[in-house]
Each structure stands twice: as C-alpha cells, then as structure tokens.
Design a protein around this ligand. Structure first.
Ligand SMILES: [Zn+2]
Length: 421
C-alpha cells in the first residue's frame, strides 16, 4: 500500500502566497495536496515525477481568456490551449452574456477538465459576433442599449454565483455604435457590479470614455485589463510619455491592472515606460482567443516570459499568474496556492535558455534569453502532460500583425523591420 498517488520530487517549489521558495517534494493523494516536505520517501509513491531543475508552482490561473469554443468566433478550447499549457483555472472574460450563459455553463464549464469561471458580459449577447470579419463590419455587442440590461444580467449572476466571478464590458467605439452608447453602457456595468458586489473588468481601447472616467470611476478590486496597450486610451500620456496621473490614482485606490495580452494589447514600448516608473502589472493574463493563440499571445507561459524578460522577479511573475488573479475573483481560499489539504492543482515550469527575438502585438521585437514553459500539470490530482506552441515565435503572425503598428500612439522610434516574406 502506497501512501501517495504522486510525488513531485526535487523541484524548486514557489508558492508566493505562503512565502515558500525552496527545494522540496510535493505529494498528492485523492486529488488533494497531501504533503510538502524536504524529502518524501519515493517508496511511498505510486508514481514519481522528477522535477529536478524545474519549478513547482500552484496551478496557473488565467484571468482573461475566451473559451466559448464553437459558439463565439473568438473561442478556443480551454483544455487544449490552457490546461495543456499549465493553466488549471481560466476566467472567461465576457464571451457570454445572460442570453447565452446557459450554453456556456452546459457546454464549457461543466465539460472542460480545466476549471472554468467567467465574467458575465454586460451585453446580453456577449461576444456572439466579435471577431467575425472585423469589428466595423459586424454589429458590436453594445450596438443597441437594449442589449445592456442590468436586471437580466443580475438574474443570471444570482443563478450562477458559483461560476460567475465578475462583470465585463468592452469600451471601444466600434462595439457601441461608433461610441454612441459607450458611456451609458459603462454606467450600467458599474451599477451591475456594485449591486452584485462583483468586480468589473474593463477593456478600454479606442474609447470615447476618457481616462478620467476609466479607470477614473473604477473602485478597489475592479480590473483594468489590456493595461499595456499602445493604442488611443493607453495609460501612457502621448504628450509626456509618462503614465497618466489618473492611472496612478486608480492604482493607489486599489484598482487592479491586468496584462490581458490579446492580439493587439501588449506593447513593448508601453511596458518599458510603465516599468521604468515602477508600474508593474498585478495580474498577468493572456486574453487568449482564436486570433492570438498561434501568436502573438500563444499561451500564458509566453506572456509570463515577456514580463520575466522585462525584469519582473520570477516569484512576482508566479504570483501574478496564481494568487493575484485568485484574489481578484475572491477564490484565493480555493485556488492559487499550494498547501496541504488543498485541491491538487499544480504546475511544473521550466526556465529554458533561448536566444531569439520575441514580438509584441505590433511586431516590435526584443531579444530574449530565457523562456518559461510548462512541463506538467495536475488538476484535482489528475496528471496531464503539457504541449508547446509551434512554431514559436510564429513568422506568419509577426508578418500579419505588422500593419497595426501605424495605429499606435505609443511605440518605438522606428517601425518594425519588414517581414521576411
Ligand atoms: Zn478579451
């Protein structure tokens, strides 16, 4: 009779919430973490995972993804693209609104092996059409204010409180009838969040809502995603190339700034300006969707790699992809840390030497020397091997994204080099 189902042996265990950073073994039994100790007898284990030279961390939590696969154009498969890249919990950022949430719950939340939670879109149709053929040719989710029903959304939240962790709105002129309804929809989303006691996650780019109102009207615990984009509505003032004081005030108030990398929303230049002022993101997330999953976002370990390259200490990178997002949705009593008795959501990462140019969302390149990859993952104690994006980086994606450089208001002095083909 063996005592444990698995022992993950000899890795560097980093559990930021508990202040743990040491070489140790982690034992799993019955889907739960049974023990973390310096040297667990391998004879006690049914199976051993050799984690020497690797980093053992709480199961990664991705606060911003789109996994309403086959129903919304942006949807990707949560197990293939998230779990198999080391992510044990994802939070879908508004793919469903209250009209479409029952399907999301039935077909995604209840079937995925990855733990799936959600921000409910203030729009009743969620992202039913988003990403189909370009935003200006398809009606946005806030094309009519009839789609923004606080009452309908509040009812869905009450019925799905175990899964819905927040409210989502996209503030861009193209999704709200040329900007006509942005402010009113934003007002309703804020009201819904306050009435339900949930955080509001805001996407804010190419918006008619000024920084003075977003993040200006956000409160402690609300989430400003896509925080390092370089398009109009960026947190960096184009005149001074410094972070707008309103953004600093929001941060001091307790607003959470989240990467939400996406297809267009991560810019090396903005990130470098922010970090030079000491403005680090609290949460690292992907905004993974069908338009960025083969580049430029790829997966959560790639987005973590970018912040690690920028000088974020490894322990902080891990925290921003585990305990910080867990806290942001009020789930830190269940996920985001390692500890005896907890559900065995565990990820093994490797830090590999590389020497290559990694792109941002507008094909600007930076030379990186180290890469974070996921090697193995356990969700409720069940083991899954991990996969890697291929190709990585993807020349097709770099080539495709290059034309968006023209639309940036914060960017490098020189345009990115022409694509090789
Ligand atoms: Zn998104």
């Amino acid at each position: 009779m063996t005592a444990y189902d698995y022992v993950i042996k000899g890795g560097r265990v980093i559990d930021p919430a508990n202040g743990v950073d040491k070489n140790a073994d982690v034992a799993i039994r019955g889907g739960r973490i049974a023990a973390i100790a310096d040297d667990i007898d391998p004879g006690q284990a049914r199976q051993i995972y050799d984690a020497r030279g690797q980093v053992v961390v709480p199961g990664l939590v991705d606060l911003h993804v789109h996994v309403y696969d086959k129903v919304t154009p942006l949807g990707v498969d949560a197990d293939e693209r998230c779990l198999r890249r080391g992510v044990t919990t994802v939070v879908d950022a508004g793919s469903a609104g209250y009209f479409t949430f029952p399907g999301f719950r039935h077909y995604v939340v209840e079937r995925a092996r990855c733990r799936v939670l959600a921000f409910l879109n203030i729009s009743s149709i969620g992202l039913a059409g988003a990403g189909l053929g370009g935003d200006d040719r398809v009606p946005g989710e806030l094309e009519s204010l009839k789609f923004a029903s606080v009452e309908g959304a509040a009812r869905a939240i009450a019925e799905n409180r175990d899964v819905i962790a927040g409210v989502k709105i996209r503030l861009s002129d193209t999704v709200a009838n040329g900007g006509l309804y942005e402010k009113e929809a934003y007002r309703r989303a804020l009201r819904l969040a306050r009435e339900t006691g949930l955080p509001l996650m805001v996407h804010h780019a190419f918006s008619t809502v000024p920084l003075a109102e977003c993040p200006g009207l956000l409160e402690r615990g609300d989430i400003y995603t896509h925080c390092f984009h370089g398009f109009p509505s960026t947190i960096v003032d184009p005149a001074t190339r410094r972070i707008d004081p309103v953004v600093w005030e929001a941060r001091e108030r307790g607003v959470i700034f989240d990467i939400g990398h996406g297809q267009g929303s991560f810019n090396w230049t903005v990130a470098e300006i922010a970090i030079s002022e000491g403005f680090w993101p609290q949460v690292i997330s992907t905004d993974l969707h069908s338009g960025n999953v083969d580049g430029p976002a790829y997966d959560l370990p790639t987005v973590m790699t970018r912040l690690y390259h920028l000088g974020m200490p490894l322990v902080d990178v891990i925290a921003a992809a585990t305990i910080a997002p867990a806290r942001a949705i009020g789930w830190d009593d269940r996920i985001g840390t390692l500890g005896a008795g907890r559900a065995a959501d565990i990820t093994v990462l490797a830090i590999e030497p590389v020497d290559l140019d990694l792109e941002d969302c507008q094909s600007q390149l930076r030379r990186i020397r180290e890469r974070i990859v996921a090697r193995a993952v356990w969700r409720d104690g069940v083991y899954y091997p991990c996969t890697l994006p291929n190709p990585w980086p993807n020349p097709m994606s770099i080539s495709r994204q290059r034309s968006t450089w023209e639309r940036l208001v914060i960017r490098d002095a020189e345009p990115p080099a022409p694509a090789p083909f």
